[in-house]
Design a protein around this ligand. Sequence first.
Ligand code: PGA
Length: 264
Amino acid sequence: MQIILCESAEHVGVRAADIIEARVRQGPAVLGLATGGSPKSTYQELIRRHREEQLSFGQVTAFTLDEYAGLPPGHEQSYYSSIRREFTDHVDLPLGQLITPQGDAPDLVTEAERYDAAIVAAGGVDVQILGIGANGHIGFNEPTSSLASRTRVKTLAGATRADNARYFPEGDVPRLCLTQGLGTIREAKLAILVAMGENKAAAVQAMVEGPVSAHCPASVLQLHRRAVIILDPGAASQLSMQEYYREAQEFNDQLDRSPTRPWL
Ligand code: PGA
């Protein structure tokens, strides 16, 4: 794992965008996109670079991480609508190259299998962007999710439904979802997890410095071949080895093989 400590949420977005931009400028790329608050500063920075620095997403195929079961793609709170609103409608990624699990598919089990196979058929994800839930989930892989799981139907934890209740004023937060599994996410060639705020600090500490455990699903990233964790001061506040992470980061930044260009 590489831990990058940043001074602000905006700085987190810049560091994450540096990594994504370097890969996208190399040629056709498959990105894994997360929804939610955490990647917003990353998407804002990528949109800015698209507008001001000719960063094109024309050769990108994007797979989202998860979707609420029962919501049609056009629903305002579907993750399909959300990722379009937050990111893809503001860049030149062709709509047909944005691929999401279909939350209102008649057979969700088959849909999950189809989605997992579509990622493999696309050659796998080159760069996966992730947030982390306060309970340690990535995607919607709630605590006790199998570390080997594939894309599947999952029951949302009460804590997750409470966190997301603000988006469903009528109280109708879905109970089920489709989510890429932890085994699916592990196959991405590079994973970037961004986190901000003290409410994520305990989950971040467990992910980075705790044991690999289904109790903290994000800890599966300790088994990932290339995971970069980018944190603001609040999210990093419970890490015990901050000095080491800072030293390593400063040293890495001076090298040609910097963490922002890990494939060079
Ligand atoms: P957030 O959610 O980015 O909106 O905080 C992250 C998550 O629950 O996975």
